[in-house]
Design a protein around this ligand. Structure first.
Ligand SMILES: NC(=O)c1ccc[n+]([C@@H]2O[C@H](COP(=O)([O-])OP(=O)(O)OC[C@H]3O[C@@H](n4cnc5c(N)ncnc54)[C@H](OP(=O)(O)O)[C@@H]3O)[C@@H](O)[C@H]2O)c1
Length: 244
């Protein structure tokens, strides 16, 4: 894709730890002309004149529909979905054992990690630019890989990310029929120093806890290097494919 080929981009979760870093990295690119920043609050992360802010809230699906309508003729070159949910303080946390499973928490985790991004695919894939490379990327996680699951635990988050990966793969097949240059992928950012990982950082090896800026830069390099044969896959921050 190269820096200059991304003219119009959209970041969903623009006020999150990694999402805000994507916003900064994209604005630092020479060729960028327009950046749509989407979040629950609709807050503008910067007064840069290239930025337009939108409210997009998975708890209010009508905001996702409205975003899709607003983007209809935007010819988006790049969409990044940087939303996700692993814990909510004392209210919700990843299950260590089966006995911790309960219906409400499972719904909440799937709502943010799977259903919301799937509705964003439905709203935004029709707005991707058609005759040149375009990329729709959603933040997944390595723990969503079924074949890589060696230690168990984190039932809902793992499963919600595995389901997200399947949503992306399925959409990649349908999207390619009309957007042959269109790429739909999942991304694993590494372990990144944000509110989402904060309670789980104790056992991270030295040098393996990334800043949001490093992770966003690395993932943009991965997206720049993708071609249409990569669609439907999940890639880590270093470009290594993650098995299903
Ligand atoms: N940090 C890590 O180590 C790590 C590792 C692997 C994968 N990931 C993945 O990377 C992505 C970004 O995570 P992060 O570390 O940047 O976490 P974060 O700082 O907690 O950001 C989470 C984002 O999700 C948004 N969000 C939560 N519920 C939402 C809802 N109902 N509707 C719309 N947006 C909602 C938040 O919006 P508000 O700003 O409005 O709260 C925020 O933008 C997630 O998919 C996560 O699973 C992170």
């Amino acid at each position: 894709m190269g820096d200059a080929s991304v003219k119009t981009a959209l970041v969903m979760g623009a006020t999150g730890g990694i999402g805000a870093a994507f916003v900064e990295r994209l604005l630092a690119r020479d060729g960028l002309e327009r950046l749509h920043c989407c979040s629950r609050s609709g807050a503008s992360p910067t007064d840069d004149s290239r930025v337009t802010s939108h409210v997009a809230d998975y708890d209010k699906p009508e905001t996702i529909d409205a975003l899709g309508t607003a983007m209809k003729s935007e010819d988006l070159d790049l969409v990044i979905i940087a939303t996700g949910l692993l814990h909510a303080g004392d209210d919700l946390g990843p299950e260590k054992a089966m006995r911790a499973l309960n219906s409400d928490d499972m719904h909440r985790v799937f709502h943010v990690n799977t259903f919301g991004p799937a509705l964003m695919m439905k709203a935004l894939l029709p707005a991707m630019s058609r005759d040149e490379k375009s990329v729709f990327a959603a933040l997944s996680a390595r723990v969503g890989s079924i074949s890589d699951n060696g230690i168990g635990g984190w039932y809902s988050y793992r499963s919600a990310k595995a389901a997200l990966n399947q949503m992306l793969k399925t959409a990649s097949i349908e999207h390619a029929r009309r957007w042959p240059e269109g790429i739909v992928v999942g991304l694993h950012p590494g372990t990144v120093d944000t509110g989402l990982s904060e309670p789980f950082q104790r056992n991270v090896a030295d040098g393996k806890l990334f800043t949001p800026d490093f992770a966003a830069g690395a993932m943009l390099d991965v997206l720049d290097g993708l071609s249409s044969s990569d669609t439907g896959k999940v890639f880590a921050w270093d470009g290594a494919p993650i098995p299903a």
